[in-house]
Design a protein around this ligand. Structure first.
Ligand code: ACO
Length: 308
């Protein structure tokens, strides 16, 4: 029996910030943002905290998996916008869910956080005998966006995604490849309590090249070909990055899942939100071969191939 994503869940804040709203805040235009990024609007957590979003996404994933918080052996929380300095947002979520057992911790891998988290969850199940790991990717990036910097503020949004990673079910994590390069950290970073700094053009090129490399490596590792993929779920950073990646990998855009027009870049939350929406829309079915890839601050990047 393999390791399955038994439950999926997501939550996005109620408040919508459109490109037209941004036109009133900085010197930009809807046309510039849509043609450069594919983003039309994003959600901003005005009423919700990081934990509120994470709790809602988690409860949805637990419901789909038909398990209770007391069945969770560990909570892994991927975020670069933790609720507090300490304790970990994972511990705060454990409290919110009134989960009385197991253990909880955060990981910081920016936009690759969900895929790194999946790697950790897999290790906990295979190596440590855990049965159910709640993996959450949630971000309140609006807190670290400089709303006067047009080169970054148009890109990001808030949201949360969660999955129950389980030792029961028909799915499988077939192969994964994770990378980081701490020599290039200055391309994308935020100082403690500071704003996001980004060399956008450099990152664009690196993102396409690096994600292509790990996608090809992961397919090779699993002994599968690109034609066999049913759904490609790249990190939602920029539609042009996704299109360039799909073209290089020879994946038809029909197989690429994208919701960037609605949410922008939600960092660690982007892949689990996309997976959940794809499932709810009937685009992701049990037995499908799904390729996921991400790149972000660190720099960190990776690709994971699953049988859903
Ligand atoms: N509105 C209008 N003009 C703008 C804006 C804006 N919001 N932002 C920048 N510009 C201007 C620039 O000042 C520049 O003007 P200049 O030529 O007079 O100097 C011009 O537009 C072109 O700027 P570029 O940075 O070259 O534009 P580019 O086509 O590279 O698009 C973008 C910028 C969208 C940031 C792109 O480089 C990108 O998406 N990079 C990847 C960034 C990313 O995704 N980061 C997220 C984390 S990492 C990841 O998830 C992969």
């Amino acid at each position: 029996m393999g390791i399955t994503l038994q439950g999926l869940g997501y939550y996005v804040p109620e408040d919508v910030l459109t490109n037209f709203d941004l036109e009133k805040m900085v010197d930009t235009s809807d046309e510039w943002i849509v043609t450069r990024t594919g983003i039309k609007e994003r959600r901003i957590a005005k009423k919700e905290s990081l934990l509120d979003m994470a709790e809602k996404a988690s409860r949805m994933a637990l419901d789909m998996a038909k398990i209770s918080p007391q069945d969770i052996d560990a909570i892994v929380f991927a975020t670069i916008t933790p609720e507090l300095g300490f304790p970990a947002s994972a511990c705060l979520l454990q409290g919110k869910l009134e989960c009385k057992r197991g253990f909880a911790f955060d990981i910081s891998a920016a936009c690759s956080g969900f895929l790194y988290g999946l790697e950790v969850a897999k290790g906990l199940i295979e190596g440590n005998g855990l049965k159910k790991v709640l993996l959450v990717g949630a971000e309140k990036l609006s807190d670290i966006v400089n709303w006067q910097d047009r080169s970054t503020c148009v890109l990001f949004g808030d949201g949360a995604g969660a999955v129950v990673v389980s030792n029961e079910g028909e799915g499988e994590i077939l192969a994964s490849v994770m990378r980081s390069d701490g020599n290039a950290w200055e391309i994308l970073y935020a100082e403690r309590c500071g704003y996001i700094n980004m060399k956008g053009r450099e990152l664009f090129k690196l993102a396409v090249r690096s994600m292509e490399e790990v996608c090809l490596e992961v397919l090779q590792k699993a002994g599968l070909s690109v034609e066999q993929i049913d759904l490609f779920v790249p990190h939602q950073a920029n539609i042009r990055i996704m299109e360039a990646l799909a073209e290089r990998l020879n994946i038809s855009m029909e197989k690429v899942y994208s919701n960037i027009h609605k949410y922008g870049n939600t960092s660690a939350a982007s892949i689990p939100i996309a997976l959940t929406e794809a499932y709810l829309e009937g685009r992701l079915k049990r037995g499908d071969l799904v390729l996921m890839t991400a790149m972000g601050g660190g720099l960190t990047w990776g690709a994971t191939l699953i049988r859903f």
